[in-house]
Ligand binder design. Structure first.
Ligand code: 0WE
Length: 257
């Protein structure tokens, strides 16, 4: 029996088969969890539908634009109805900043780009945690994805780094608020992975080579390794871990030079 047998989970952030959200969903499912999926908009619906259906024909799939309170309210009503009023696991693997904000200087970040990046990438965790908490009546585990640019300057990561810092701080405040309900909230800070979100980012393959050269393990992290860490954080093995940022980056973060 898997360590997540009987657990019910909802996944936010699958775009395609390369998504980190998909790697963690697969690991949660392999450990025995029953999952529901959301997709961001019509553009991604077919992709996510195909992936979700591999988990069985009655897998719940529903649209969620995380900037819309009405979507979030509807999603948790649907998830609650689907899983008999309970929920154990939530994955937040959602981020967006306007492309221009990831290209120029940080000092040029517009008010609107800053607002959008924080709304989609950080506030959404607070809203989703608030939606999920009433269903997590036996406690729960909420996992969000972060990146090193939250704590150190990574050129061009810009406003996303500031938004990830807000996400990590939100993780701590949520862990404090929800701890008495036995709901844990943690971040996985992943090394770079070649996903749809990374595609088109200038110099991304140079960044993968840089990690390979400088990380203690001399390689990049694999999506299935992020999946296994996600399964650990969701499991009883992590029952006393909350409010943390866990680096899953082949050791890159420990280096000073
Ligand atoms: O968090 C991310 C990327 C998230 C992301 C990606 C895009 C690309 C398309 C957010 N918004 C957008 N907006 C778009 O229009 N990562 C950790 C991957 C990433 O992105 C970078 C990186 C790394 C690493 C951007 C610049 C520098 C490094």
């Amino acid at each position: 029996m898997g360590e997540l047998t009987g657990k019910k989970g909802v996944i936010f952030g699958v775009a395609n088969k390369r998504s980190i959200a998909w790697a963690i969903a697969q690991a949660w499912q392999e450990a025995g969890a029953e999952l529901a999926f959301t997709y961001q908009g019509e553009r991604l619906k077919d992709n996510v539908e195909q992936l979700a259906s591999t988990f069985g024909p009655q897998t719940l799939l529903t649209e969620c634009d995380v900037t819309r309170d009405d979507h979030i309210e509807r999603v948790f009503n649907e998830v609650g109805a689907h899983f008999g009023g309970r929920l154990d696991l939530l994955l937040h693997s959602v981020a967006f900043a306007p492309k221009a904000a990831l290209e120029g200087d940080f000092v040029s970040t517009t008010r609107e780009a800053f607002r959008v990046a924080h709304d989609v990438s950080a506030y959404s965790l607070v809203a989703l945690a608030r939606g999920a908490a009433p269903l997590m009546t036996n406690g729960g585990s909420i996992v969000a994805m972060s990146y090193y640019g939250a704590e150190k300057v990574v050129p061009h990561y810009n406003v996303m780094g500031v938004a990830k810092a807000a996400l990590e701080a939100s993780t701590r405040y949520l862990a404090y608020d929800l701890g008495p309900k036995k709901i844990r909230v943690n971040c996985i800070s992943a090394g770079p992975v070649n996903t749809l979100a990374a595609r088109g980012i200038a110099g991304f393959s140079d960044m993968l080579a840089h990690y390979e050269a400088h990380a203690p393990l001399k390689r990049n992290v694999l999506p299935e390794e992020l999946g296994r860490t996600g399964a650990f954080l969701a499991s009883d093995g992590a029952a006393a871990i909350t409010g943390q940022v866990l680096y899953v980056d082949c050791g890159y973060q420990i280096m000073g030079m």
